[in-house]
Ligand binder design. Sequence first.
Ligand code: GDP
Length: 578
Amino acid sequence: LLSSTTRLHSATAEETDKAGFAAPPKEINRRRNLAIISHPDSGKTTMTEKLLLYGGALQQAGAVRMKGEQRATQSDFMEMEKQRGISISSTVMSFEYNDLCVNILDTPGHQDFSEDTYRALAAADNAVMLLDAAKGLEPQTRKLFEVTRMRNLPLFTFVNKMDRPALDPSEIMDQIEQEFGLETYPIVWPIGDGERFKGVLDRMDNVVHLFGKGDRKSKAEVETVPMSDLETLKARIDDQELFDKLMEDIEILDELIAPLDMDRVIAGDQSPLFFGSAMTNFGVQLFLDKFCDMGVKPLGRLAKVVEEGKGKKGAQSKLDQDDEPNDLVNPDFGEFTGFVFKTQANLDPKHRDRLAYIRIVSGAFQKGMKVGHSRSKPGKKFNLAQAQTLFGSDRESVEVAYPGDVIGINNPGDFAIGDTLYTGNQKVAFPGIPSFSPEIFAYIRNPNPSSYKSFTKGIDQLLAEGAVQALRQRNDDGGGPLILAAVGQLQFEVVQARLKGEYNVDSDLEPIGYTLARWAEGGWDAVDKADADGKLFGIMIVQDRWGRPVLLFRNDWKATGVAEEEKYLELKPWSKPP
Ligand code: GDP
């Protein structure tokens, strides 16, 4: 990945002194980031709660859900999350555990929001795939796994609900290997399932953790027996068949499973595998302990770095978006850098606020610091007076934050997804976060002319958040109906619910029967030529928000045909913002 021209941006002592923004190595090393992906109902909320419980961030399990409900009463948008039992807005939850600072990035489970998941994963350094033991891989696990692959993150697997009748563990391993081409390495191995779930063997430490159905709300007190004490183990398992099977399984695993290779784990080629029952607190702490050992600490990111104001094409030039990022900005770089991976407005309807969520890549955030912004003019600085960490709906003001952390800052309106903020004389730009190619389209109209202003404001805001994309008819100079473009139907519903809830405006949607968008990078001349030659019959020609041509197709084969025959159109599934 790293080209030979890669320059390493690490803080030298001199730089650190001068800038004063370097993050202490201790703070970098003690951070662990984790995104949880799962099919709805596999137990992500429960798992998150239990993790927070071990981290002492919650006194009682149930609080995440409770916070969820409180939040849900705040607006219709959140109400929709509640009704549908889906989590739309990814948040970040942090806690301290054994001297480590763990940040959990929540991701929406529904595939209509995989784009949001992708953005959250852009901020993560590790991910865990949570499976329901009785169901194995499910549709959303498959979709979200593809999204994880795009980032090549180390991926852990946690098989949940072992207290219920489960698939055979080796069957789950086979599913993952065959469907995803991902090898798993059982760090723990289950003994029985459902009523006969006895516990798990920790294959790293050679101890068995015995399952005792404890108080669901508190940390489980588990009894452990070392493998060296087979007599005790046998007595405690108290099930000859399961004991024998365990002995057999151990042999088979040792023989057949490739050894754990941390390089392959880090490359996302081998997935450390866990079994447990989040609801009964079983196996969660074991997972947390191993994750803290094995998970990668905050990583550097490739970026483009140029002297502020110099740029490649002379003074004042912007960074050339097409240049490949070839500078590795490491967490110990002596300047603060971070990128926006999510923006959201009106989290609290009482304060019409806008937040940008920043993943810190290098240096220390300090309250009140002044930063440059990748898409603003050189020399323009923004004052980060307020920053918050978010915990469900609670916010806490932050004084300092370090690489791997996520902070929410007030968004003056200039910060968009993918933008970089930085201190120092060098302009830094991390590569943008790509948008997914939309697959459904609909006109959106305002049925009440009197609410024109609120409608426009709401739409603009939701577009800025990347809730959906927008297109216009070719000759529309701004007066015509907007065409919303999304990956999934629920995105439209969220837009309508939020327009109503946050801007108090109604909206009409009229679906358009196209299923595919292709940006014509060949430009309008190319599109006109193809059109004049009669090649674009049945294809809708529209423009994106920058006036660039986009073709909407009814089906895949038509798009493929045109792309192959009219190469000068240079059809692309998406296009980088100019
Ligand atoms: P999410 O949709 O993935 O966030 O799933 P939830 O955490 O809301 O859990 C879905 C349902 O499964 C809830 O009724 C949970 O109580 C239940 N559940 C979660 N973990 C377990 C588990 O380990 N065992 C059992 N039996 N039920 C669980």
